[in-house]
Design a protein around this ligand. Structure first.
Ligand SMILES: [Zn+2]
Length: 471
């Protein structure tokens, strides 16, 4: 068995690892690489192997940085199975279409801008910009999904099988164990996918993996400790109350999957408890609306608290002050609405979607608050906001950042250093090799160090394209 690392190495995006077993090729994840536009386009549109030689894709979870390049794979000729949990399949059916829509819209925007500029300056670069993939490519991807529940051993042929365990990261998220038996050898490889925090709203806590010989593990927050989840509700209430006192708006860029639903549930609890004023709350994201529908369908995956909420007759994702917005006209109408109110909108890293027009309309007003609730990768607008740069670019315009910026990293869908160590603990004794991926270099290096100190394990930080023999 051989593994080659193609994505999420030295960075958090574009998760993709290639597995070769007896000459057959498998992919663990096929994520969209996000970053500078040109580099991202180049990276996403060129697979470093023959696409039609891939036997199967096994997907850890639905986040776009793990699933979002599947339509490119299919566009370039892949027709094999995509194994994932049923909830991941349902989420991807919504999210990949949305991703394609954003790709198309983005290309159209650039072409329009070029055309406009072309009046003044001739367009020097080639013809029109093509989207990475189109909605029809996403639609061709959906039927390839093979839903397989958690803890269900599935044969992939030629002595290879896999089993998925709850990763507690988002609805349907899984960590995988691949087991190979053949030619008198047995090898077990674990892949963490993204590991959640114990105690996160809605999802269950991450499960322990059974023993493995090799492990590919995420390290997003390998060098950091999150604040305790116990105070997150109070902190959220504080941000809302102080912004309300200024008459401002609370703009919340949030991943449509998971974070939006958690925020809604928390705002619901705060509102029920009278801890925040009765201000309107908008979830302005057609994607979040659809994803919330998938959440409702998979109540079997909820944690005990959320199930209790349901049993008590509460609707975790709906209450009186809350409005879901689908129509563009309604979304635009929010620009003219006076505060205070909360608007939760996607995309989470502020790279695309409706959140951009909310930010453009609101970040220059010091009464407002931008509430960051998730990880922001390098070079994204979200990261610039977290770093509180005095000026940030939105739609090609330079905007002054005057609104308050507050972060709720507690809600991170990713385990912190201590939680990652706990998750690794039962596996550490038997591991022959630990590969650290899905982290910026400072986080991965810090985690490698602490793993060595704590468990005497030498962690490997693979470079892009590096291959390892697993035997
Ligand atoms: Zn994820």
């Amino acid at each position: 068995m051989q593994v080659t690392f193609w994505g999420a190495v030295g960075t958090v995006t574009g998760s993709m690892h290639e597995l070769r077993v007896d000459g057959r090729r498998y992919l663990l994840d096929c994520g969209l690489y996000q970053g500078r536009r040109k580099e991202a386009k180049e990276r996403n549109s060129h697979f470093p192997f023959a696409v039609n030689s891939v036997q199967a894709v096994i997907l850890s979870h639905a986040h776009i940085d793990h699933s979002g390049n599947l339509p490119t794979l299919v566009r370039q000729g892949y027709g094999g199975p995509i194994y994932a949990t049923p909830a991941t399949g349902d989420l991807c059916s919504v999210m990949l279409r949305d991703s394609a829509y954003l790709q198309e819209k983005d290309a159209a925007f650039i072409n329009k801008r070029r055309e406009r500029r072309g009046v003044l300056e001739p367009v020097t670069e080639g013809g029109a910009v093509e989207p990475l993939y189109r909605i029809e490519d996403a639609e061709a991807t959906v039927p390839l999904f093979q839903p397989v529940g958690l803890r269900t051993r599935t044969a992939l042929g030629n002595g290879l099988e896999y089993e998925a365990y709850d990763a507690g990261h988002i609805l349907g998220s899984s960590a995988l164990v691949l087991a190979y038996q053949g030619n008198g050898r047995r090898v077990r490889l674990g892949f963490s996918g993204d590991i959640g925090r114990p105690g996160l709203p809605i999802v269950r806590d991450p499960e322990a993996l059974p023993p493995v010989d090799y492990l590919i593990m995420e390290s997003t927050y390998g060098g950091r400790l999150h604040k305790d989840l116990g105070t997150v509700l109070a902190k959220l209430a504080n941000v809302i109350n102080r912004t309300c006192q200024r008459g401002g708006k609370i703009i919340v860029p949030a991943f449509a999957v998971g974070r939006s639903q958690q925020l809604v549930l928390m705002l619901h609890e705060l509102s029920d408890a009278g801890k925040i004023p009765n201000i309107p709350i908008f979830v302005d994201s057609p994607l979040a609306v659809e994803v919330t529908g998938v959440f409702r369908k998979h109540a079997e995956l909820f944690d005990d608290e959320t199930r209790q909420f349901l049993r008590n007759g509460g609707d975790p994702f709906g209450f009186q002050r809350l409005r879901y917005i689908r129509e563009v006209s309604e979304s635009k109408a929010l620009n003219d609405l006076r505060g205070p109110f909360v608007v939760i909108s996607a995309a989470g890293m502020c790279e695309a979607g409706r959140i951009l027009h909310h930010l453009r309309n609101n970040i220059e007003d010091p009464r407002n608050t931008v509430l960051i609730t998730g990880f922001q990768a390098q070079n994204t607008l979200g990261r610039k906001l977290v770093d509180k740069l005095p000026e940030v670019p939105i739609f090609g315009e330079t905007m002054r950042l005057r609104a308050e910026v507050e972060t709720l990293n507690e809600l991170s869908g990713h385990a912190d250093q201590r939680e990652l160590l706990e998750w690794l603990k039962p596996l550490a004794g038997r591991l022959k090799k630990l590969f650290l991926v899905h982290g910026e270099p400072s986080q991965t290096t810090a985690f490698a160090q602490v793993v060595e100190e704590r468990y005497g394990l030498e962690a490997v930080v693979p470079a892009r394209g590096q291959t390892f023999e697993l035997s």
